[in-house]
Write a protein of this length. Structure first.
Length: 163
């Protein structure tokens, strides 16, 4: 098992999580002019780098983001540089669930099986109270992560006629 690299870990689990939860649903909603948030995401990545020792700094190769709408949920999908260590993330989603008042911050984290060390993923979430583990995640493919996120934030239907 490989430990997480400080730059990658702190970006996903501290800096970006804090800013998404602070700025709320507007992060997940496209700007009226259709502008990309990639320059903002890149500034956060680069700004964090300046606080780290040079040997811990990583280039932002592969960093990307795009707004999506899935089943009425608005989300910002962030693609991260390829993860190496456990808990580094493949993707992050800032989600404003349909009808919701707050944003949710979900991660698809790189993981290793505790018995045989084989790679896998974990679906995680940061809330103002802390980190949640939603169990094994999908393969690290954007579409599969988005599907898992939509399923997680969609309220379960209860009863035969009720939603």
């Amino acid at each position: 098992m490989t430990d997480p690299r400080p730059h990658h870990y702190r970006f996903v689990h501290r800096e970006l999580a804090r800013q998404v939860l602070e700025f709320g649903p507007r992060v997940a909603t496209p700007a009226p002019d259709g502008g990309s948030l990639l320059p903002v995401i890149t500034r956060i990545w680069d700004g964090l780098a300046q606080t780290l020792p040079p040997e811990d700094r990583l280039p932002g190769h592969g960093l990307d983001c795009r707004h999506l709408s899935v089943d009425g949920h608005h989300l910002l999908l962030v693609t991260l540089p390829t993860p190496v260590g456990a808990t580094e993330a493949h993707f992050v989603a800032a989600v404003h669930p349909k009808g919701g008042k707050t944003v949710r911050y979900l991660t698809l984290e790189h993981a290793f099986h505790p018995l045989d060390g084989s790679p896998g993923t974990v679906l995680g979430e940061w809330t103002p109270q802390g980190h949640l583990n939603h169990g094994p995640g999908p393969s690290p493919v954007a579409e599969l992560f988005v599907t898992a996120v939509a399923r997680l934030v969609t309220p379960a239907k209860r009863g035969f006629w009720r939603h």
